[in-house]
Design a protein around this ligand. Sequence first.
Ligand SMILES: [Zn+2]
Length: 463
Amino acid sequence: MNDILEFEERISTKNTKQIKKRDDPLPMQRPGVHVPTPMMKKAAMSFRSLSLVLVLAFFGAILGAAVPAAAQAKRVRDIEPTIILISLDGFRWDYPQKYSPPVINKLIQNGVRAKWMIPSFPTKTFPNHYTVVTGLYPQNHGIVENNVFDFGTVFTMSKREEVENPRWWGGEPIWVTAEKQGQQAASYFWVGSETGVEELSPSKWRIYNGRVPNIMRVDKVLGWLDLPATERPTMMTMYFSTTDDVGHEFGPDSEETRYGVLEVDGYIERLMNGLKIRELENKVNVIITSDHGMAAYCPRNATFLDEHFDFDLTERILWTNEIVQIFPKTGKLDEIYGKVKDLEHVTCWKKGEIPARLHYNDGKRVAPIVCSSEIGWITTSRKRWDDWYSGLDDVNRPRGAHGYDNRYQEMQATFIAHGPAFKKGFVAEPFENIHVYELMCRILGLKPAPNDGSLDRVRGVLR
Ligand SMILES: [Zn+2]
């Protein structure tokens, strides 16, 4: 575990280029990846509930209480307009009402919230994180799913060499906009911040590692505020996977998810306490977002595509339970489509015939056939289902899923904001997550790069 303490900060100044690669002895965990092998699942399952409860209890006791860095923290007097953008993965729009996290609800009272924020399709982790920071629909920034086919290969969240390869990442993320215009950006994790290319990276960034303790992420971001003004970032991001992890395992309506929500509330409390010590709690803008919501599903509600067409007709299929991308062999598109177009509990489209509201037809990486599961259902193959679910503790208990059509209420995401730029006690009508980029540019005084969002749609949240 010492490796965590040795986890290096990557600082690239314009003069000193840092070494990008490093051998990380810890297994990588990607946000939103849930691909345990059957063996791992069987071994872990009985122990998982208990250990999660213990961990939550432990952190609950220490989370917001003490801020070790507080002794060194001084009042920060020369703060420029600054944003801390937080992602709570899978934090559904209604969790504040449903689970009453006290600190988050206080921020809502004294700041703004959207009734909900509309995620982009597909309601997956990678596409939506990158949409929030670029203002582009997934078809336009290129991360059209968590798994993407291009360049003769498949991008997945766990393939480090592809995640760090700039060829996948289109558009201009907010940290690039900031750096180009003379401000500094820093990321304690965000999808797309790890390309390692100086022109595309924040000044300070980390290679994603899910084992880095969440309170350490908070303390490091607070530490960046203690830097002298010439080195202090104005645009910072942070990421917590907790609510997605428990949501997937136990479903959005579970006691475990309630504890997960209260756990992340503790991280927000620690952050706000740290700001308060620096007399910054009303001077720094804190924006809490999520990438998507969470829906309950039961694994027995499954559509098996191998019962409907022969997979030999395809070049490849990129699977998730909620969205399936089918790449037919030459000349086989209509044959496959004819077999899947009228299935129950899943809607399959030919590219070009996807409803315009999903903004998905124009992406060059979108598959020729896209199948979107009905909410609460999964679309899979017999083999995949067996690999995932045979031998589970209880195949009938609800679990959580996302990636469905973004019209479902369960898929809606969170937008909460607090600070000098924002109104107090204001509730905004729902808006799409493409607008957050323009909003952040306005707060930081940056000229936005071309994007799909519009400041006019969200201007009402500003003072
Ligand atoms: Zn996610």
